[in-house]
Design a protein around this ligand. Sequence first.
Ligand SMILES: *Cc1c(COP(=O)(O)O)cnc(C)c1O
Length: 371
Amino acid sequence: MSDNILVTRSSMPSLDEYIEEIRPIWESHWLTNMGVKHKQLQAELEEYLGVPHVALYTNGHLALENAIAALNLPEGGEVITTPFTFASTTHAIVRNGLVPVFCDVNDRDYTMDVTKIEDLITDRTVAIVPVHVYGNICDVEEIDRIAKKYGLKVIYDAAHAFAVKYKGASTACFGDASMFSFHATKVFNTIEGGAVCFKDDSWVQLLNDQKNFGIHGPESVCFVGGNAKMNEFQAAMGICNLRHLDEEIAKRKKVVERYRERLSGVEGIKLSAIQENVESNYAYFPVVFDGYKYTRNEIYEMLQEQGITARKYFYPLTNSFECYRNYPTAGTEKTPVAQHLALRVLTLPLYADLSLDDVDRTCDVILGQKD
Ligand SMILES: *Cc1c(COP(=O)(O)O)cnc(C)c1O
């Protein structure tokens, strides 16, 4: 009996490398609150991403929530977003007292269908929160044009898109800000963690205060902030993982190439389009079963029986969550392409050290070639 194949596995440095990285923390007894490691990782990421400012957070969700809060949008304002995403995106909007308005996605790369944005704009629309889903890059130029035309703010959920480049530039550069997740399951992890990348210098102090209880100085608390600081152990993990990131992405690329080789051109199996001008991070490998000899759910079960875990990612859509059922803007019928995908997509096992034999085992099951 062969070993189980997990859908993902966290990238980690060697234990020795991590121990060396955290040794100074024992010497200084400085565990959190923007210490040496926090500052170092922040500087390294600004350099790696080529952006003027990075703010680090304890997780990606709070990074997104804080970035949206920093825009200081009017209560009840409408934010155009997509439901084909992780719960976090929609929750971050709603937890800021804003109303999510769901735009459908396109069926090529599953990002926001930019031809449908303008129809959703009302006099209450204040912002757009698009998602670079699976690391696929949104049509940033068209979103920028629409945002400028209607005076809207744009914050990208770039949780999947760390290290992705578009026309040679990092995806961190678009919109008013971009959020990355450094969760254990993401391409680059700090165990848990996240970042906001932005250009506006005035946000440096604002975001800093906001993630530290609104404490501006020892005797000055300027607004109602929360606590979302990245600690020193998370930052140390990030410093180690960043050293190996390019290698890890190169290994993921080999896995993805094997999947493509085995699964492209099969009738009823649709792969995510390869985007022009994009350098991928090979974060996910979504496969859409549309008119294939087995349904998505059958494939999911067949894989499970062989000890292989795939993920219905994303299903269900966030606009069908119980907590949003009573929202007038909810309802999957308003986003038919996203709903079509959500019922048919699986992301296959993918991580840097996944062996090509395991990729073949997975493909054999999908193609009905196992015996
Ligand atoms: C992972 C993820 C988040 C949240 O990030 P955490 O670091 O887990 O809090 C937000 N949006 C998307 C699309 C994600 O995949």
